[in-house]
Write a protein of this length. Structure first.
Length: 613
């Protein structure tokens, strides 16, 4: 056995810059008894560098050798290994094998099958340590731990392995791809263990098999199949964490499980690829879908009870190149039925909104992109109405939340039950209040206008960027300007921003590039806050969401403008001239109140150069 030391530059944690290379080299000599055979040490002393080894191994000829040497001499400070790689004369594997000989180590091809899997449980080495350092224990031979590394110069990683294992270590060199393959195999086996271990936290989930409420206790069924238990865990855990969607995505080596929480996706679990078809089949059975069909998309619905609370799950299955991807939308009536005060509207906006939901007729629109909370706003509005005295009806595609106080129609285009046909029939049902899930086409828009002009109050949604552009959108659909001016009462545009986590809230330094905008809005940049991230908010700095809004009320000035010039530019100009607060300004109000951050507001809105101060 021999000790082996290297002279190289290394920044030690306690290094104050005054230590010379002899001191560093002396400390390395005392690191450990690194096991290197004597014959290997003799090779080290006989070889100058990697280039010499490659020539000795006949990997390069004399002409190539001289070219590389010349380039090395003309590039002071250049690393010989990089120069050889750039030349393209030899492969990376040949260079690594030569480097191993320079360091007196053996070069091997290491496959996952050669690795002793039980060794990792004994050594307690993490996959992150192996990936970051390119070093992996392989097996024990004659009480010596064989360690493979793709970086033989990283003596400190080798020393860490020896220190953590308290064993004599022999180092062999292998390709970085070998280390990567070993990590992937070990990672998949770790996933197997995690799947079996997590089930103890599962909340009781009961599946409603049919409309007769024939409940079955899935906790009892879980004992019959680990797949059933695993799917139940995914659902109950998502509901308990407040997720709105579950994404089950097949990948090459594993299946990724992500939850959408507060509008952002978080990876929560992984399961082995071999489990994926069984998981998808279980979800299909629960959704009454065809488990044998894997070529076409399928949509279904599941009704469950979690903790005694009825929850609907909307299932979408889509074939991809790696298998079927599943997205489950969680429809919890508890989260949709909120008081108007809980939506986050400022006092003036809330007061105007309350006026709009009690007028006898007309159209009120809520606009915004998908996932901006439009349905929540509309459901909250109609829940304030007296369902005992009013006939409230909705037309939706699909019905997301089942409500007791109104009649709901589920649009089914494939059998001819469209928004337009459903609305025509609904007008013969003596309605007082009509909620239309979305105005998509000219026919639906015309019937909505007709209903508003004949004494009905109509609520609906549009996909537009702001309130002012909704008027132009109706014209583009094909509604005459004079009908819009006569029937439209108001428009509410909205977005959702994440709330700052109260558990890790602290003062925030505003970046210089947006400080001027903050000051222009009358907000002190030094008073802003943000969340640093903690266990309560999954290290995101946010918990929950709040809405930001802009309200456009159609008064005489707007009606005159609609009849004369209903372009987007004209509508926005009049909107600002009347002193209305935009989404951006309302978002800044929430920032000043410590509810959200400027980053969140900028994520969902745009700064306008002519915002009112």
């Amino acid at each position: 056995m021999a000790r082996f030391s290297f002279g190289f530059k290394k920044n030690w944690p306690e290094d104050d810059g005054t230590r010379d290379i002899e001191q560093v080299d002396e400390q390395i000599k005392g690191l450990s008894n690194l096991y290197i055979p004597e014959e290997k040490l003799q090779q080290v002393s006989a070889v100058a560098d990697i280039l010499d080894v490659l020539q000795q191994q006949d990997k390069i000829d004399q002409s190539q050798y001289e070219q590389i040497r010349h380039k090395q001499q003309s590039s002071p400070g250049g690393q010989i290994e990089q120069i050889i790689q750039q030349s393209g004369f030899v492969s990376d594997e040949d260079i690594l094998a030569a480097k191993a000989q320079v360091y007196g180590m053996e070069f091997r091809k290491i496959s996952p099958e050669q690795v002793d899997k039980n060794l990792f449980e004994k050594l307690n080495l993490t996959l992150d340590f192996i990936r970051d350092n390119g070093i992996c224990p392989v097996k024990v031979e004659n009480n010596v731990l064989i360690v493979a590394t793709s970086d033989p110069a990283n003596i400190f990683a080798i020393e860490d392995v020896k220190r953590q294992t308290s064993m004599e270590v022999q180092v062999v060199v292998c390709c970085a791809s070998d280390i990567k393959n070993m990590c992937e195999v070990l990672h998949e086996e770790t996933i197997d263990y995690d799947v079996d271990d997590i089930m103890s936290d599962m909340t009781d989930v009961e599946v409603v098999e049919d409309v007769q409420k024939d409940f079955e206790d899935l906790e009892r069924m879980a004992g019959q199949s680990p797949i059933i238990k695993y799917v139940n865990y995914l659902i109950s855990n998502a509901i308990n964490t407040g997720a709105s969607d579950i994404h089950i995505e097949p990948r090459d080596k594993s299946t990724r499980i992500r939850y959408r929480i507060d509008g952002v996706l978080f990876e929560t679990l992984q399961c082995p690829t071999k489990m994926h078809p069984a998981v998808v089949s279980r979800i299909k059975i629960m959704s009454n879908l065809d488990i044998s069909e894997r070529r076409l998309p399928q949509d279904g619905k599941i009704s469950v009870l979690v903790g005694g609370r009825a929850i609907d799950l909307r299932v979408s299955i889509l074939p991809t190149n790696r298998g079927e991807k599943v997205v489950i939308r969680i429809l919890d009536s508890k989260s949709i039925l909120r008081g108007l005060e809980e939506l986050g509207m400022e006092g003036d906006t809330l007061a105007e909104f309350r006026k709009q939901i009690v007028v006898p007729n007309g159209i009120f629109l809520v606009t915004g992109p998908t996932g901006s909370g439009k349905s929540t706003t509309l459901y909250s509005a109609i829940s304030q109405m007296d369902g005992e005295k009013l006939n409230i009806s909705t037309v939706e595609d699909p019905v997301e939340y089942e409500l007791d106080f109104c009649s709901q129609v589920h649009v089914k285009e494939h059998i001819g039950l469209s928004f337009a046909s459903a609305l025509r029939s609904l007008l013969r049902q003596d309605p007082d209040i009509i909620m239309i899930g979305e105005i998509r086409d000219q026919e639906t828009a015309k019937i909505a206008v007709q209903a508003a002009l004949t004494g009905h109050l109509v609520f609906s949604t549009l996909h537009t960027n702001d309130a002012a552009s909704s008027i132009t959108r109706l014209v583009d659909i094909g509604i005459d300007e004079y009908l819009i001016a006569a029937s439209l009462n108001g428009i509410l545009a909205q977005r959702l921003v994440r709330r700052i986590c109260p558990h890790c809230k602290e003062p925030y330094h505003v970046p210089d590039n947006i400080r001027a905008n903050i000051e222009q809005a009358g907000i002190d940049p030094n008073q802003l806050q943000h969340g640093t991230g903690c266990e309560n908010c999954r290290q995101s700095g946010y918990i929950g969401r709040v809405g930001i809004y802009e309200m456009l009320i159609i008064d005489d000035a707007f009606r005159e403008m609609i009849n004369s010039d209903c372009s987007v530019a004209a509508m926005r100009r009049l909107f600002r001239e009347k002193g209305n607060k935009t989404l951006y300004i309302d978002g800044l109000r929430k920032v000043a109140a410590g509810m959200t951050t400027i980053d969140e507001v900028l994520r969902v809105t745009e700064i306008s150069t002519d915002e009112p101060e």
